[in-house]
Design a protein around this ligand. Sequence first.
Ligand code: SF4
Length: 260
Amino acid sequence: MIPPGSGFPTDSASASTPVAVTAADVERLAAGAPSLAEVSGRASVCRACPRLVTWREEVAETKRASFAAETYWGRPVTGWGATQPKVLVLGLAPAAHGGNRTGRIFTGDRSGDWLFAALHRAGLATQPTSTTAYDGQELLHTRISLPVRCAPPANKPTPSERDACAPWLVAELRFVLPTVRAIVVLGAFGWGATLSCLRKLGVPMPTKAPAFGHGVELELPGLTVLGCFHVSQQNTFTGRLTEQMLDDVFRRATDLAGVD
Ligand code: SF4
């Protein structure tokens, strides 16, 4: 595991960053974070979900054979990219040997290969791949974040883990939302979590918001939420999500955001 204050590119914590060990701590520390960097720093040392802490650290210790020589990140993964984004992309949670290894969401895994190729085609990323935190990749007008920040077993967080983690996303959105014009949500889990966070931030919502679906749009004051199938291998290998479908969503997002 990479310790806080290591100077690793995705690390905005230090040895003195306060550590949340309960859901109530998360609420308090997220709400009180004075800056976006502090939200990221505090989230990145969080230990509020015992099952996920054990899992992320076990995976970081045992590793996949092909990554045996690497030091895994092994900590919560935070949002990254533009600090005043026009487009926000929200996924689900880090992959055990992707974000949990590299410290950056959608980095070093097959889902990321699909996502970054599409972001690059849309002019929202400087490179078509995202392999390590040192790869020089930059997001353009775009930020990527996630509703659950620790890798969950079988990619399935429990409802209580989702609820415990929500304040980190709410706190991050409080800083970045003013400039966001389009939110691309990858998958039904992220859709529910995103709408819930927006409600908590006081964004006016219809009484009955639409259910998640690929291509579904929810127009809100000043921004639009777009549904997109998740870039998981389950969807990309089976053809449920194609490159064209992904490109269409990001074209719509860049149009809405006024990004050329
Ligand atoms: S999932 Fe979220 S709340 Fe739970 S330990 Fe990880 S960062 Fe903390």
